[in-house]
Design a protein around this ligand. Structure first.
Ligand SMILES: Nc1ncnc2c1ncn2[C@@H]1O[C@H](COP(=O)(O)OP(=O)(O)OP(=O)(O)O)[C@@H](O)[C@H]1O
Length: 452
């Protein structure tokens, strides 16, 4: 059956252009010149795609987007906005449009948009119970995780930029991968980049690419992250770490959907969906002048919060089991199990490093355990050695404990601190956050424990 598209525009010229382009792509088209006509058409026919202009004689295209979300939630709708009117574009994405195109309508952009809409509307429903095993999965049954799954499935169906907030190790990258894997871009690359790890001087060429020889040290061609992710998703992890000059360039690239590789005079079209994440408070960074507000609104069209593990403790047993399976597969070892007591201990632990910390604890415990049963002592958790940031005193657990408890506490503390430093590439501010202590407190501990 030929897919049918509904085109809503009051300007005859644009209608004709859209109709010609879409029929050349093999679609059947139907046109409406007002909101009212469009509503009638939607009520009496079914469509694979709707394209609507923003300004219509009897109202705004965005109203149609909202109607469609309610009455035809599976119908992808894109909005045509005036050039440079970013607010309209952002508003329509927020209301549920899967994408937008600016006037004057660029035919190749339009074609890409139509193809991606058709893939979305023909894509099978997001995998629920029996998902393919290579699909990234979220473990957990708490309402918070159920809600997260629902959001992911919904966001996978549009193209709007998504910003993921959550503490370190909560699964932000996993969420980003799931949005990608369940959407129309799944067959195209998912390209993650840790914005805090790219050296400032290489940033522009890392993002936008360069040709061999375009600057000293450019020994080979580099397509850059945008082109590597073309057709797919670019995941900007720790986006709050981007230096301001790069924020300006990134904003341009996202707005114009064009990039200019270092040393090139021509701009190149790119089609990437941007998903960003951070564990930092971007609003606060904006207030401190370290993050551009315009970029924030561009990235943050839809925001999604990933809960901390301590706020969904009921998931700890299932997660521990999933992670133990993963660990045993990784090392080709028999799967370990947690003793009742060990499980109880884990459930009451605070996990400042969230799921990643749980995974590390289990990995170490599986290696330390005498057999396939992990006991509380194998967890090497020192909850009493966790430092209260408000109180820089020594932990007071020594009284009723064996004589060498101080040493073993210090050792455990040292191991946790070194682990945090390694995981944050020796960024002390982030290491302190990961450990749930203040920067001052970390400095004090480094000195006390003789860590250089
Ligand atoms: N719900 C979950 N089910 C199973 N595994 C999970 C879940 N959430 C996270 N993980 C695992 O936890 C680890 C950390 O997740 P991820 O890297 O996505 O976190 P993050 O929030 O992006 O971390 P960071 O802020 O440090 O970049 C990964 O190994 C991931 O597979």
């Amino acid at each position: 059956m030929t897919a049918r598209a509904l085109i809503v525009d009051d300007e005859a010229d644009i209608r004709a252009l859209l109709e010609i382009t879409l029929s050349r792509m093999g679609l059947e088209t139907q046109a409406a010149a007002s909101l009212d006509e469009a509503r009638h058409a939607l009520a009496s026919n079914s469509y694979a795609l709707c394209l609507t202009d923003m300004r219509l004689p009897d109202g705004l295209g965005i109203e149609l987007v909202r109607d469609i979300q309610i009455h035809h939630p599976d119908l992808p709708v894109a909005v045509i906005t005036a050039y440079g009117n970013a607010e309209d574009a952002v508003e329509s994405l927020k209301s549920g449009a899967f994408d937008f195109v600016t006037k004057p309508v660029d035919i190749s952009t339009l074609r890409r948009l139509v193809n991606s809409a058709l893939q979305t509307s023909q894509a099978p429903a997001p995998p629920q119970v029996e998902a393919a095993t290579d699909q990234p999965q979220l473990t957990g049954e708490t309402p918070a995780v159920e809600e997260l799954r629902r959001m992911i499935a919904k966001l996978a169906r549009n193209q709007a930029p998504v910003h993921i907030r959550g503490e370190s190790g909560t699964g932000k990258e996993l969420v980003a991968k799931m949005i990608h894997a369940q959407g129309s871009r799944a067959e195209k690359p998912f390209v993650p980049v840790n914005c805090g790890a790219v050296p400032t001087e290489l940033m522009e060429s890392e993002f936008f690419g360069h040709n061999k020889g375009s600057f000293t040290g450019a020994v080979a061609d580099n397509p850059g992250l945008f082109r590597s992710a073309d057709g797919g998703t670019l995941f900007l992890d720790e986006v709050g770490d981007l230096p301001i000059h790069m924020q300006v360039k990134l904003l341009r690239a996202i707005q114009e959907r064009k990039i200019r590789p270092v040393g090139h005079s021509q701009e190149i079209d790119v089609d990437v969906r941007i998903i960003s994440a951070t564990h930092r408070d971007l609003q606060q960074l904006i207030a401190q002048g370290q993050f551009r507000e315009d970029l924030y609104y561009r990235l943050n069209v839809i925001e999604i919060d990933v809960p901390a593990l301590r706020d969904r403790r009921a998931d700890i047993p299932t997660l521990a089991k999933t992670l133990l399976t993963r660990i045993s597969e990784r090392h080709g070892l028999p799967q370990s199990e947690l003793s009742q007591d060990a499980l109880r201990t884990l459930v009451s632990y605070d996990f400042p490093g969230n799921i990643r910390e749980l995974e590390n604890i289990l990995e170490r415990a599986a290696a330390l355990a005498e057999n396939e049963q992990i006991e509380t002592t194998d967890l090497r958790l020192q909850p009493s050695a966790r430092i209260d940031p408000a109180n820089e005193e020594e932990p007071t657990t020594t009284k009723s404990q064996p004589a060498n408890i101080d040493d073993s506490l210090a050792q455990a503390e040292k191991a946790r601190i070194i682990d945090a430093l390694e995981r944050t590439r020796y960024n002390k501010t982030r290491a302190a956050e990961l450990l749930g202590i203040s920067f001052r407190s970390l400095r004090y501990r480094l000195k006390k424990l003789g860590i250089d």
